[in-house]
Structures are given as structure tokens and as C-alpha cells.
Design a protein around this ligand. Structure first.
Ligand SMILES: [Zn+2]
Length: 380
């Protein structure tokens, strides 16, 4: 098994706030334009003993965002002139994939974005992704935090290098340096202990039910669904709603049924053998359009059960209040419309009726405003 530590540098639009959102809704042609254009691919190949046996490093001439963003220039120290002399993405990506080769390998990155951005760029250039689905990789930042930070914090590569006392003999933030340092950090990680901690890259989601997959970890499991038109369709699917025990795989019985909070879904179940299980479905936008769910089921305890009960009650109460307010607003609006109808016969005295007209307007103002607020909330 070879380990391929990869690090990409990318550039973005000079227009402030150009984000994926502004590139158009998921699935639309505009969405296909990657917000991050790769300008450097760096990688090192490690053998089973984590010794460096190969290096790849090449700059990429940008096509979308030709001017280096000031933030990219500042961080990477890449010069505009260097980029202009580089080869285009199609050629560099082909050279990189050839260098990766056919030996059995696993990608390793610092953070979870590199492989997603690489595939988005492949898509943009209509280059067929050679990666298998699901694409599983080691997120070394996550493993570092599991080993040294109890998974509480996320750390920059440089702070991990500092914490591990690795000498800093070359500057950071160029792909070649970052892969080199990531490889040195990896050597200090207990990869035997964390060999099962593979992260699925979520750029490509399962296309059909038979491609959906379950990943088993020590005390939790992950299930990745196919894409659905919306969250309602997702939650009508029987597979995503299941809660298999992460230890024995048995079907667990629900203690608290699925409920939604902040666009995600939660539930509590119990396995006869292994006790309480907490489950969450993280609802995500698929790059190719639609939404999909990543369900995590983990071992839990009574304290979490009580917390979830309270949370569900509080949400239900909040919803009741909202519905009550909406009803009251609708009633007030209906009454405001009724009132002037009663006044109609008095129309013959137009001048005197002015205060009545004002009455008609006044009460209508509030409900309208309330209505606006509610619709905004729904969008958010
Ligand atoms: Zn069990």
C-alpha cells in the first residue's frame, strides 16, 4: 500500500464574495464553474514505512481566474509570471494521475477539501475521474486531532508541525512544502491505531440505491445516501431512516423518532445489546444537484437522551408558538378586510369617511410585516 499525500493551491475570483452560491444553484450549468481554480498540484508518495519514495509538483496556468487573488498571492508567494509559463490544468492533471500510477494507494490530505476541489476541476475540464466511488482517504488533520486533541479542535498544519517539534526548514503554503510537512506529521501519527479512520469524499454521491454505502468505524457508522429532490423525499426513504447499531449492526428500536432541527435530522434509538444510540442525518447539497444525507449513528448515553428529549420539546413549543402567531396574524388580517366591507354603505359621505379608511389601513400593516418576517425565516 502506498500513501499519496496531496496538497493543492487554488485561486479564486477577484470579485468579492464570489462563492459557490453565486455561481448558481446546484445542478445548474453555472454551478459547474468551480469557485476554486487549482494553480498548483503537489504530492509525495510514501511507502508502507511512510518513507518518501516520489514527489510531484507542478504549477497550473489558470483559465478562469487569470489574476492571482491578493490573498492567494500573499499566502503562497506564487508569482503571476510563474503561472503564465505553466501548463494548463488538463495536461498537469494527466501528468499527476500518471504519476499516481496503478499501485494500490490511498490519498492523504490535511483537511477534507483537496480531493473535492480536484474533482470539481476535473469536471470543469470534462476529464473523467479515475477515482473509485466511494473515494476514501485519510484526512490527516482529523486523525491528528483524534490523537492529540481528543477531536475537539482543528489545527493548522503549521501548528501541528510546531506541536510535534518538527524543524521548519522550508516555508509553508507552497504545495511541495505542505505535502513534505504533512508527510512528516503523518510519520508521527499512530496510523496503525487509526487505519480504519477513512473519510469518504462527498463530491460524487451514490447515483442509485444500490450504490449507497455504510462505513463502519469503532464506535459509530456512516451511511451516505443517493441524491433526492428535497429533504422531504430524503426522509421518506426507508434506508436513510434506519439506525443500525455501530457495534453489532442490529436494527435498533427508536426511543425518540426523527425530528428536524437547523436543516438536519436527529433521533435516538436503543440496541438490545449495546444500549442507547444517537443518530443524525446531515443534509447536504450534492455537487451534481439535489440533496443527500450523511447519517451518523454512534453509541450514546442517558444524559444525551435527556438532552435530546428537551431539545425536541423546545422545538415543538417554538413551532406551536409560530403557528399560533401565524393564525393570529391571519385572523387580524381577515378582520381588517371585513371591517371596511361593513362601512361600505356609508360611502355616500366621502369626506367624513376618511378616518374609516385610515382604520382600514392601520390594522393591515402589522400582519403584513409579520408575514414578511415569517417568509424570510423560512428561506433562511
Ligand atoms: Zn448492538
Amino acid at each position: 500500500m502506498q500513501y499519496i499525500v496531496i496538497d493543492l493551491e487554488w485561486n479564486q475570483s477577484m470579485e468579492a464574495g464570489h462563492s459557490k452560491k453565486e455561481a448558481g444553484p446546484a445542478g445548474s450549468p453555472l454551478y459547474k464553474i468551480p469557485p476554486c481554480e487549482i494553480i498548483e498540484i503537489g504530492a509525495v508518495k510514501l511507502n508502507e514505512n511512510f518513507e518518501i519514495i516520489g514527489e510531484f509538483n507542478e504549477l497550473v496556468r489558470p483559465r478562469l481566474y487569470k489574476q492571482l487573488h491578493f490573498a492567494t498571492r500573499k499566502v503562497t508567494h506564487i508569482k503571476q509570471s510563474e503561472l503564465e509559463q505553466a501548463r494548463g490544468f488538463s495536461k498537469v492533471a494527466a501528468a499527476f494521475l500518471k504519476w499516481v500510477g496503478n499501485e494500490k494507494h490511498v490519498f492523504c490530505t490535511w483537511g477534507s477539501m483537496d480531493l473535492t476541489e480536484f474533482q470539481r476541476n476535473l469536471d470543469y475540464y470534462h476529464i473523467r475521474s479515475p477515482f473509485q466511488n466511494p473515494l476514501l482517504f485519510y484526512d490527516l488533520q482529523r486523525i491528528y486531532c483524534l490523537q492529540y486533541e481528543n477531536a475537539i479542535h482543528t489545527r493548522s498544519l503549521e501548528s501541528a508541525v510546531d506541536a510535534l517539534g518538527i524543524p521548519k526548514d522550508i516555508p509553508f503554503h507552497r504545495a511541495s512544502a505542505d505535502t513534505y510537512y504533512t508527510a512528516l506529521v503523518m510519520r508521527k501519527l499512530d496510523m496503525e491505531r487509526y487505519h480504519n479512520e477513512l473519510t469518504p469524499d462527498l463530491h460524487r454521491v451514490p447515483r442509485r440505491h444500490s450504490e449507497e454505502y455504510l462505513l463502519n468505524y469503532d464506535d459509530y457508522n456512516l451511511y451516505v445516501s443517493r441524491a433526492f429532490p428535497d429533504a422531504i423525499a430524503l426522509m421518506l426513504d426507508l434506508s436513510i431512516r434506519q439506525t443500525p447499531c455501530p457495534v453489532c449492526g442490529a436494527k435498533a428500536v427508536k426511543k425518540i423518532k426523527w425530528f428536524s432541527s437547523n436543516h438536519d435530522f436527529f433521533c435516538m434509538a436503543v440496541c438490545k445489546k449495546h444500549g442507547l444510540l444517537k443518530a443524525k442525518i446531515h443534509v447536504k447539497h450534492a455537487d451534481a444537484g439535489g440533496i443527500f444525507g450523511v447519517r451518523k449513528v454512534e453509541l450514546s448515553d442517558e444524559e444525551s437522551l435527556e438532552q435530546m428529549k428537551e431539545r425536541k420539546l423546545a422545538l415543538a413549543e417554538k413551532r406551536r408558538k409560530k403557528i399560533r402567531a401565524e393564525k393570529e396574524a391571519a385572523q387580524a388580517e381577515a378582520e381588517a378586510v371585513k371591517e371596511p366591507v361593513k362601512e361600505k354603505p356609508v360611502k355616500e359621505k366621502p369626506i367624513k369617511e376618511k378616518p374609516v379608511k385610515e382604520n382600514k389601513k392601520e390594522p393591515a400593516k402589522d400582519p403584513l410585516r409579520k408575514g414578511k418576517k415569517i417568509s424570510k425565516k423560512r428561506k433562511a
